[in-house]
Design a protein around this ligand. Structure first.
Ligand SMILES: [Zn+2]
Length: 272
């Protein structure tokens, strides 16, 4: 596998300076005692976006817990961001190296207020093990620090639409989320441009947008397509096609992966 220019930049570029919490506008402060348990091994993990139904029930920890997977029920999620409702965008105000895009908040992420908070989810272990997350990172409860600290942001296409069962949302429903999703991306790009003292409106675009999950990018790409023009599948990996209305310039790389592949790709890039 060849590493793209942007991924090289992403992997070996110097991270931004540590955040000062007061400088963040899109995130709530998190109590110091808050913690999210992380699963012990990769084998515990399945699923896409911010968690699947399988992941929701597989909240078991460690060697002993894994053996009891069938019977043990995960503890109810605890709200880690008491000052917010639902799952807010975590993009900050500076240009980002990477935006990780899920489909919509899982019930677990919605309840905690933190991206990929389900203990059975890959994301935070991969971000920590690859050192994409800084050493101080405690996991999902520190998602709000990632844009400033390391230039990595989080957003879902269906922000504001919780639900772990992705199949319960129709294509039309998912497509109806897209204008708000684009508004948020455009808003961030403009803020990032202004924060560098520029006024062009475009230079705040991220290096990479990585879609975690199979479905949402296909549904977005099918907006306005009818009959035989409808796409039935897209390859995973780097995307040449951009959905209609896509807000970023072509210099922003777009990749799309099944959830586990995205995690492996991020890990691969850091180890190479
Ligand atoms: Zn600019």
């Amino acid at each position: 596998m060849l590493m793209s220019k942007h991924f090289q930049k992403f992997c070996f570029g110097s991270p931004a300076k540590a955040a000062s919490p007061s400088s963040l506008t899109s995130a709530a402060r998190v109590p110091a005692e808050a913690s999210v348990k992380q699963p012990a091994t990769a084998e515990d993990v399945q699923g896409g976006a911010t968690g699947t139904a399988q992941a929701e029930t597989a909240g078991v920890y460690g060697e002993q817990g894994r053996k009891k997977r069938q019977r043990k029920v995960a503890p109810p999620p605890v709200r880690l961001k008491p000052d917010t409702e639902g799952l807010p965008e975590q993009l900050g105000d500076k240009a980002l190296r990477l935006i990780i895009v899920g489909s919509n908040p899982s019930d677990h992420a919605w309840a905690t207020g933190c991206y990929y908070s389900n203990p059975a989810n890959w994301m935070w272990r991969v971000l920590q093990r690859t050192k994409i997350a800084p050493p101080s990172n405690r996991g999902a409860q520190d998602d709000w620090l990632m844009p400033e600290e390391v230039g990595v942001g989080f957003l879902d296409v269906g922000i504001g639409h919780p639900g772990t069962e992705q199949a319960s949302f129709s294509i039309r429903e998912i497509q109806s989320w897209v204008p708000d999703f684009y508004r948020r991306l455009t808003g961030h790009m403009q803020r990032a441009c202004e924060s560098s003292g520029c006024g062009c409106g475009m230079c705040g675009a991220p290096c990479i947008v990585a879609f975690a999950g199979k479905r949402q990018y296909l549904d977005m790409s099918n907006i306005g397509r009818k009959g035989k023009a409808k796409l039935t599948r897209l390859n995973v990996g780097r995307q040449k096609l951009r959905p209609p209305g896509w807000p970023f310039p072509l210099s922003t790389e777009v990749s799309r992966h099944e959830y586990s592949t995205l995690a492996q790709l991020l890990q691969f890039c850091l180890l190479s």
